[in-house]
Structure formats: structure tokens, C-alpha cells
Design a protein around this ligand. Structure first.
Ligand SMILES: Cc1ncc(COP(=O)(O)O)c(C=O)c1O
Length: 531
């Protein structure tokens, strides 16, 4: 949307929860605007003297933004683990330092970062984030704001409490991030699952849920809040494209729904998986960093001309989870309420983390951070490719097109055993379909659907029991994966009782990923032989 045509956010204050409405303006608010002002003699608060902070400066050796190649090539990752094994890191670093008392006024100031009063974050960090939001997410309204939080777990918890009253229901994907539900449930807030397909939440199903909402039958008002993980959907790995987002946004305008966009994997978009034989033939063109950003499926914020999206960003997946730092992108009214809430819990994200990350980002600058994110996206794409290739080595993978349900229209790989040794001696038929999956198009997870209907004991044991039995055997053999039922929004979703597993390819070294698939293969094959 052209900059000059953008309107201000509309008034959405009727979405605030009773709890949020009761939050008083903090007594410190009137003082806070003065904090951090150079030369201020502050005798107002219980502030310790900066002279007693035991750090004259903090710093570290930061990797350079070009540390990871942007050309999809699994060699790069394989070489890094090789070097690690032999204790020769090939990292190139630059020192960064945050002094307690810098000499220039616009430098990041450790004394300010470690003092009370920074609930909106370090000014230099805020500036960087605002520039980043404007360039990358391109909000469709003019007075969009950012506010630091301590990661998306905190972000969602604050957004949910700011918007929802006990007894309300929230719209979610059928399969969703369990920790988000665990935050909401103790407040008496339950999910309303909306069926998904390869792009995540389906717009026609969303409309159906909202249009046919029966308050009496449901025992709750029609939901006015949606929690969605549109990119690297956890657990399915789906990516929601621009058109779908626009459709969903328009339905949310029609039914007056606030969208909370939990988007920790936004920059880990990797496109469709191509089998190794095809990849080897095609040498993928390398995108520039600008092209990389421009080709990402956009955020809901890009369509948000009314200010009804609260976007949650986190540095957990791009810098480190221990940084406990992220930010909201939302309208000023929500931002103010979220800030009030933060003031009575964390006050502000940790000053050590904020100053180091602010120093890193302002040293790298926008272009450096874009380059870093581009490198990470390539790394995770290599991991995804390598991991799926491992399955192709271990199993006979048949490529089909999903006919119905969540995988309708997707390239689905159905895995059956590869004949080994004397195939005739094996109890199952070589064509027994044991599981299937759609390679993820973003994020960190492979979501697999077990075909326990082909297990010899299916007549006597329900799929949930088989799922847990197989999960235990795989864990006992030394590979920990996540059982599928963790991710079911509730028991009503059509496939809730079926066997699923979520397997992460984000952390283990390449040889361990390979070994894990070999163990998974052996245990699964044996399991499908059992009577
Ligand atoms: C969908 C989703 N939201 C939030 C989080 C947690 O994010 P943070 O570390 O920022 O709290 C995760 C982490 O796995 C996630 O998958």
C-alpha cells in the first residue's frame, strides 16, 4: 500500500479485556519519559547508582553477517560440523563492546540499559526495530508501533490477557503450538480449531466457524481473537501465502476479529522440497538479500489497514532463545495496554541482552541483519533437504498428491519399507505404507502422519496407543521426537486420535540427523512387523 494513502488505526478498544481495562497508568509513567536523558539528576526512584554496576563494559566477538553462505548447498553445513569435530572453528568475528559510560551521546549506554525505566526498550534498539518493521513488514496503516517484549511466549501471554476474558474462546489452527494453549487454558480460554490445508488455516472454514457460531451450543460468545502461526506452522511446517492472508484478514474485518500473529519462523521460509536428484541437476540461482526479503510470504501486518493485527516477533530463532527478546508490532492503543502490563511483570527485557543485541544490530545495520537472516534461511533449507533426503535413503518414498484433509493438493511422500536382505522373509508386504509426510516449506519441523491403519494390531489397539508405543520404542532406542497429540488444539479435530509425530531438524548435527533417521527406520519397520 502506498505510504501516502495509509490511514490511522481504527478504534478497537472494545476488544480490551476487563483485566486490561482495569490496568491503571503506572505511577512511574510520568517519570519514565525523562529516564535516559543525559545530564538528568534523578532523585525520584529507587534506582541504584550506576557506579555500583560491576561492569565497565560488556561485549563479545560477534560473527560477521556473511558467516553462512546464501547459496543452497548442503556442503556448507557438512563442512561446519567437520570443522567442529576437529576443534577448528572457521568462524570470522568482529569485537563489539557496550561501555557503561560512552563518550558519544547516541552510543548504546550500558548504564542506561541496566537501570530501571526502559520498559519500551533501549532507544537505539527501538529505532532499529521500527526501521526494520517499516522496510520488511510494511504496515498498511500509518501509526503502527513497536514495543519490546521478552520473546513470543511472553508476547502471546500478554496479548491474550489484554484481549480475552475468562470463558471466551480463541480461533486457532487445528494443530497448534501447545504452549500457547497452555498459557490460555488456566484463564478459562479454550481454542476453537479451524481446519487447515497446506497453507495453514483455511479461509472458507474460518468463515464457516464464524458465520455458523451458535453461542448457546458453544457456551461462549463468538471468538473475537485469533491465535495463528502462519509461517513454519508449528507443528505442520506450512507457510501461509499472501492471498490466503488477505482472505483471512478480510474475514476478520467482517467479523471484527483481532489477529495475533505468532511468527518466530518468518525468515526461515525455504520453498518446496525438491528431491536430491532434481536438486543436483538444477543449480539454484542465488537471490540478493533484497530479493530474499521481497520473496518472503508477507506478514499479516502488510494487509492490516485497520490496526487489528498484533504481530509477535522474537530473536529466539535468529539470535538465541536465551536472549529473551522480541517485539510487538501493533496499533498505539494495544501497545500502550501491553506496555502497562509489562510494567507490572518483567518491567523490561533484560538490559544485558538488549544492549548486546542492540549493539550487534546497529553494528551490522539493516543490510547486515538481512544478510544474516538470508544465511540462516539457507542453513535451515539445507537441513530440511538433508533430513528429507535421509528419509528417502531409508524408505521407499512414493510421491502422491494429497486428496483430502489438511494435505489436499500437497506433494505427499508416502513411506514404505525398502526391501533389505531377503525381502521374502519380512512379515509385512514391501508396499506397506507406514507413514507419510509433506516436506515443510518453512520452520524447523517435519510433521509425519503414521499409517497405523496398516499395523497388524489395529483391530485390538487404538491409534493413540500405537502412537505412544512406537514413540516409547523410538525414545528407548535413543531418539526423542514429539508425539503428535501434544499439538492437537483439542480432541474434536478430525485427526486428533490418529498417529502423528513432530520431528525437529533444526538442532542436531548432520551425522546425528542421519543416525536418528536410521534408528527411526529400524524401530518403525520392526514395529510394523509386530503382532
Ligand atoms: C509458534 C511458537 N511460538 C513461540 C515460541 C517461543 O518463542 P520465544 O522463545 O520467543 O518465547 C515457539 C518456540 O518454539 C514457537 O514455535
Amino acid at each position: 500500500m502506498a505510504q501516502e494513502k495509509r490511514e490511522k488505526a481504527i478504534d478497537l478498544s472494545h476488544h480490551l479485556s476487563e483485566l486490561s481495562k482495569k490496568r491503571q497508568t503506572s505511577p512511574l509513567k510520568g517519570l519514565a519519559k525523562y529516564f535516559g536523558r543525559p545530564g538528568l539528576i534523578s532523585l525520584a526512584g529507587g534506582m541504584p547508582s550506576e557506579a555500583y554496576f560491576p561492569f565497565a563494559n560488556i561485549g563479545g566477538d560477534a560473527l560477521i553477517p556473511e558467516s553462512f553462505a546464501v547459496k543452497a548447498d548442503e556442503q556448507e553445513s557438512s563442512v561446519s560440523w567437520f570443522w567442529k569435530l576437529f576443534g577448528k572453528p572457521k568462524e570470522r568475528t568482529n569485537p563489539i563492546t557496550v561501555p557503561k559510560f560512552p563518550t558519544k551521546p547516541d552510543e548504546i549506554n550500558l548504564a542506561v540499559a541496566l537501570q530501571y525505566g526502559m520498559s519500551t526498550g533501549l532507544p537505539q534498539l527501538q529505532k532499529f526495530i521500527d526501521e526494520f518493521i517499516a522496510k520488511v513488514y510494511q504496515p498498511a496503516y500509518s501509526n503502527c508501533e513497536s514495543l519490546v517484549q521478552t520473546g513470543n511466549t511472553d508476547g502471546w501471554s500478554r496479548a491474550m490477557q489484554t484481549l480475552c476474558n475468562p470463558g471466551e474462546m480463541i480461533l486457532t489452527e487445528d494443530w497448534t503450538y501447545p504452549s500457547a494453549l497452555a498459557s490460555a487454558r488456566p484463564f478459562g480460554i479454550e481454542p476453537v480449531p479451524v481446519p487447515m490445508d497446506k497453507e495453514g488455516m483455511k479461509s472458507d472454514e474460518l468463515r464457516k466457524v464464524l458465520a455458523e457460531w451458535d453461542e448457546k451450543a458453544r457456551g461462549a460468545k463468538r471468538p473475537h481473537v485469533m491465535y495463528t502461526v502462519p509461517v513454519g506452522q508449528n507443528p505442520s511446517g506450512a507457510t501461509m501465502g499472501a492471498e490466503r492472508k488477505k482472505e483471512i484478514y478480510d474475514i476478520c474485518v467482517e467479523y471484527d476479529v483481532i489477529i495475533v500473529e505468532d511468527d518466530p519462523y518468518f525468515f526461515l521460509q525455504m520453498g518446496e522440497y525438491k528431491p536430491k536428484s532434481i536438486r543436483d541437476q538444477q543449480s539454484a540461482a542465488t537471490e540478493s538479500d533484497d530479493q530474499f526479503l521481497a520473496n518472503l510470504a508477507p506478514s499479516f501486518v502488510k494487509f492490516d489497514y485497520q490496526g487489528r493485527v498484533i504481530r509477535l516477533d522474537t530473536f529466539s530463532k535468529y539470535i538465541a532463545p536465551g536472549s529473551r527478546l522480541g517485539f510487538f508490532t501493533c496499533n498505539p492503543m494495544f501497545s500502550e495496554r501491553l506496555q502497562r502490563q509489562g510494567e507490572t511483570s518483567t518491567q523490561a527485557p533484560c538490559g544485558f541482552g538488549q544492549s548486546l543485541i542492540a549493539q550487534l544490530l546497529t553494528t551490522w545495520k539493516f543490510n547486515g541483519y538481512a544478510r544474516w537472516l538470508h544465511g540462516l534461511a539457507t542453513q535451515y533449507t539445507d537441513r530440511r533437504n538433508f533430513f528429507v533426503d535421509c528419509f528417502a535413503e531409508e524408505f521407499h518414498l512414493q510421491l502422491t498428491t494429497g486428496a483430502q484433509g489438511a494435505w489436499e493438493g500437497c506433494a505427499v511422500y508416502a513411506a514404505s519399507p525398502k526391501p533389505r536382505g531377503n525381502a521374502m522373509s519380512e512379515k509385512y508386504s514391501v508396499g506397506t505404507k507406514m507413514f507419510s509426510f509433506v516436506p515443510p516449506t518453512s520452520g524447523m519441523f517435519l510433521w509425519i502422519n503414521m499409517h497405523f491403519e496398516n499395523h497388524p494390531s489395529i483391530q485390538s489397539e487404538p491409534e493413540e496407543t500405537l502412537e505412544m508405543k512406537l514413540w516409547t520404542k523410538i525414545a528407548d532406542a535413543g531418539v526423542l521426537i514429539a508425539p503428535g497429540w501434544y499439538f492437537a488444539a483439542n480432541d474434536d479435530i478430525p485427526e486428533a486420535g490418529h498417529g502423528h509425530f513432530r520431528i525437529s531438524f533444526s538442532n542436531a548435527e548432520f551425522p546425528d540427523l542421519k543416525k536418528a533417521v536410521q534408528i527411526f527406520s529400524k524401530v518403525t519397520r520392526e514395529f510394523f512387523e509386530e503382532q
